[in-house]
Ligand binder design. Structure first.
Ligand code: PLP
Ligand code: COI
Length: 341
């Protein structure tokens, strides 16, 4: 294993040895290629650069106490990338191509999968772009799937400590019938002004509302929202949020642990009735929410006492990462143990 300060890794880019690439040309995917270059050579009129014909994914590999590397629900990411690709007219990678490429890039960079004790993980970033030149708004007919990895620590600086977030009313991240439900780079570009404003005010993240009525909770800029009330796991139903694989898993886990699960519209007013709230996603894992500020309406919704996560979030978190790191049995078959070569 290479030598890194594993315990203090930020959520950022660290160069690793290899990435994998697959080109789509003349109507077909080619062979998976291994590269040690960090650069992409592409046409200056590539559709990814001009018209945002770009999809990405995010998942993680975890090293257990037993030294084994585990991937979490990689087929789900393959399916979501296929949905995104179909929506913005990218060539669709098959599930097999996607899964094999992920396995390959992790195996090639196994020495960068952080040790168990560090609590860090290997973030896997698949990227699919239109590389062919167009000047009119049209799909490319050439595409590149590239997957790189980077060892990461927690997305929010404090890890599993409660974060403060702020409701955004001045800008929308995604429209009700727009691209919020797929993972395209443009959604994240659209979130930058609100994120910058929130960070400048000392908040860890933005909480977006539905763009039509500004009445219901959508999600955070990089994570879904959930809340706990009366032994029930409650999470928004909306056409403009990303179907989070973490959230889907937490819904299953909550049911398995004897809770009720509700996926439905959540009005901002309802925040005052929740016992706990959190943000969930691959990067965010489960980040308990300390408070949500609604600055325009001069309201604060407080969830944590003494800055500590609530008991249900704590239980879900421990169970969830326990499965990911192989510490507790995986009754759902979520984890793929990787052969190391
Ligand atoms: N919502 C947004 C906007 C995201 O970027 C992400 C991260 O991928 C999520 C939710 C969480 O999704 P997942 O749990 O699949 O990582
Ligand atoms: C993830 O959780 O994988 C994400 O994609 C968030 C990311 C945009 C930092």
């Amino acid at each position: 294993m290479i030598n890194l300060d594993w315990k203090n890794l930020p959520f950022g880019y660290v160069k690793t040895k290899y990435n994998v690439r697959c080109y789509y040309r003349n109507g077909a995917w080619g062979e998976l290629e291994i590269s040690s270059s960090e650069d992409i050579n592409m046409h200056m009129a590539a559709t990814a650069l001009h018209y945002g014909q770009e999809a990405f994914e995010g998942l993680k590999a975890y090293r257990g106490k037993d030294g084994k590397i585990r991937l979490f629900r990689v087929e789900e990411n393959a399916n979501r990338m296929a949905n995104t690709a179909a929506y913005i007219r990218l060539a669709i990678p098959t599930v097999d191509l996607f899964v094999n490429a992920v396995k390959k890039v992790v195996q090639l960079n196994a020495e960068y999968v952080p040790p168990f004790e560090s609590g860090a993980s290997l973030y896997i970033r698949p990227l699919l772009i239109g590389t062919g030149p167009q000047v009119g708004v049209k799909s490319s007919d050439e595409f590149l799937l590239i997957i790189f990895v980077t060892p990461v620590g927690p997305y929010y600086k404090k890890g599993f400590s409660p974060i403060d977030i702020v409701i955004e009313r001045d800008t929308d991240r995604a429209a009700p019938l727009g691209t919020g439900h797929v993972k395209v780079g443009g959604n994240y570009a659209a979130s930058l002004p609100a994120q910058e404003k929130a960070h400048n005010l000392g908040y860890a993240a933005v909480l977006y509302l539905d763009a039509r009525e500004k009445k219901y909770i959508d999600e955070a800029g990089t994570a879904n929202f959930f809340a706990i009330k009366n032994n029930t796991y409650i999470t928004p139903d909306s056409t403009s949020i990303l179907p989070s694989i973490t959230n889907k898993s937490l819904m299953q886990l909550a049911e398995y642990l004897g809770m009720k699960v509700e996926r439905r519209k959540i009005s901002v007013d309802e925040l005052s009735s929740f016992e706990e709230a959190g943000a969930c996603g691959t990067a965010a894992v489960i980040s308990p929410i300390n408070k949500v500020d609604d600055r325009e309406n001069k309201k604060t919704y407080q969830f944590c006492k003494d800055c500590k996560a609530g008991p249900v979030s704590q239980k879900l978190y421990e169970h969830f990462i326990g499965i990911q790191y192989g510490e507790i049995p995986d009754p759902f078959n979520w984890v793929t143990i990787l052969e190391e070569k």
